[in-house]
Design a protein around this ligand. Structure first.
Ligand code: CTP
Length: 491
């Protein structure tokens, strides 16, 4: 029997409250799941606390809420679950229970049961660690399946036959991958084989639950490893067959095309190297950028392998993926589609001869996503030839330089001085016409040339200086048309 130091109770007052309620109700109760696992990994208590109680969870939650001066935050009586929120904590109180599943449904029948039955319903040994809260077992660690051994060995393992654990709730297969990438653990071989065997059962899990887990994997410190594991176990093709279909190469007349799944992972990896805090949707865009390739692939006698229009086709596929997985069909979808559709465009705009309007069209179509698009394009360069690589990257620098130049030109073209036509007309008693335009344009040029600051008072004073010349048809003298800095330099 392992007894933990009770100093934890002093450091975390919430534990004393939980223990007091367990004793008051005479209900054996335990900390369990992620908070125990993470306590052993980090030495501190996470805010999301799971408590299993052998008895009535609602009663436990009511008493706890009373002690803490709050009320029950949520209750799911059918599942014997109640939630209390206090301070930084969210405490989920669950009855020790038995869960029975039917093969075609994910929704178990739940009934209260002795703790021995609660042990075996847990997904992994590292999540099946219990720490006693009530007096008789306060601080006692119950580790029925070697969870501590597996934490030390950095291993994800199911407590019982993996086929049973996974067929009870197939989502656990994604959880195995998530814990592996989040904690840097390996999946134990029998558990791994169990995932391969049961992967097809993911079909009965709702898209929302799948996506929630998948997003945790995508946002983990190592999504590339997560995606490899998902592919190797056969899980990926259950919910993202379009991405799984990127894998593999084909040979024709001695020419093989690259493995687009390996390429996609490399793109994601390079993207995260450049921007480790990339948003979820930028990660999605990297993952989906080439999904149009398998369906547009052709072998051309002269050109070799081509993937003509794969960007456009891919962007359409993004929508059907989002619909199928119940992902948001709003501006987030549009953003991912945009990056997929445009990811081949910038490289074609690197040549000297490209017109301003082609550059302008790209900037307008990409809008606010332009920087992310260029980042994706840079990450898309996966050639191992350093000279080719440098050339591509320099090309993207050049495109961005052109975008900046064109934007500057456009900003200047749109620039209006702080003196309006009405004021010029009123001041000099003019009718609308060429003279008003000439005065305004001279002021505009003076601001652009840095002769006067872009401010109302300065522009007004300057207007009074130059207008007499313009109105009398004489040229504005040189000293009024020269930047003071330039004048000093010449002097
Ligand atoms: N659990 C399970 N099967 C699931 C989900 C959860 O057996 N499909 C059990 C595990 O024992 C898990 C506990 O319920 O540890 C709590 O689940 P949850 O809060 O979803 O995950 P945590 O393990 O706490 O991990 P995290 O909070 O990091 O997601």
């Amino acid at each position: 029997m392992t007894q933990l130091p009770l100093s934890l109770w002093e450091a975390e007052p919430i534990l004393s409250h939980l223990s007091a309620v367990a004793d008051e109700l005479q209900q054996p109760s335990y900390l369990v799941g992620g908070c125990v696992r993470d306590y052993f990994l980090t030495g501190s208590l996470v805010p999301s606390i799971d408590v299993v109680t052998v008895g009535n969870p609602t009663l436990f939650a009511e008493r706890l809420a009373q002690r803490l001066g709050t009320t029950i935050a949520a209750e799911y009586r059918r599942f014997y679950v109640a939630v209390v929120k206090w301070d930084r904590y969210e405490i989920e109180i669950v009855a020790s229970r038995r869960e029975s599943y039917t093969p075609d449904s994910r929704n178990p029948t739940v009934e209260p049961a002795p703790l021995e039955e609660d042990f075996i319903r847990r997904d992994f040994t590292i999540n099946a660690l219990y720490i006693g809260l009530h007096q008789q077992e306060k601080g006692v660690l119950l580790d029925k399946f070697g969870g501590i051994r597996d934490l030390l060995a950095k291993v994800i393992r199911t407590p019982t036959d993996p086929a049973r654990t996974f067929s009870d709730d197939p989502l656990r297969m994604l959880r195995a991958v998530r814990f592996a990438v989040r904690l840097g653990f390996d999946i134990e071989p029998k558990t791994y084989q169990g995932i391969i065997d049961e992967a097809y059962r993911l079909q009965i899990v709702s898209p929302e639950r799948i996506v929630e887990e998948f997003h945790k994997i995508l946002m983990s410190p190592d999504p590339v490893r997560g995606l490899k594991l998902l592919y190797d176990t056969g899980l990926l093709k259950q919910f993202l067959p379009e991405v799984a279909a990127l894998a593999g190469t084909e040979m024709q007349q001695g020419y093989a095309h690259k493995d687009n799944f390996a390429h996609t992972l490399k793109v994601l990896e390079q993207l995260l190297e450049q921007r480790p805090d990339a948003s979820l949707w930028l990660r999605w865009a990297a993952l989906l950028h080439d999904i149009g390739k398998p369906v547009t692939k052709r072998f051309d006698e002269k050109l070799g392998w081509t993937f003509h229009l794969h960007e456009e086709v891919g962007a359409k596929m993004v929508k059907s993926i989002f619909q199928r997985l119940h992902l948001p069909l709003d501006e987030r979808l549009k953003y991912v589609q945009k990056l997929v559709r445009l990811h081949g465009r910038p490289i074609g705009l690197a040549d000297e001869g490209v017109t301003d309007s082609a550059i302008r069209r790209l900037a307008a179509e990409a809008g606010e996503a332009l920087e992310d698009l260029i980042l994706l394009c840079r990450s898309d360069v996966t050639t191992r030839n350093p000279r080719r690589r440098d050339r591509f990257l320099q090309n993207f620098d050049r495109v961005m330089q052109r975008v900046r130049e064109v934007q500057e030109k456009d900003n200047l073209a749109r620039f209006q001085p702080p003196i309006r036509g009405d004021e010029i007309m009123k001041t000099f008693g003019l009718q609308p016409g060429a003279l008003v335009g000439a005065i305004k344009e001279t002021i505009r040029q003076a601001i652009l040339d840095g002769i006067i600051p872009n401010e109302y008072e300065a522009a007004r004073a300057y207007m009074h200086q130059i207008a007499p010349y313009i109105l009398s048809g004489k040229p504005v003298p040189e000293e009024l048309r020269q930047n003071p800095q330039d004048k000093k330099r010449q002097g």
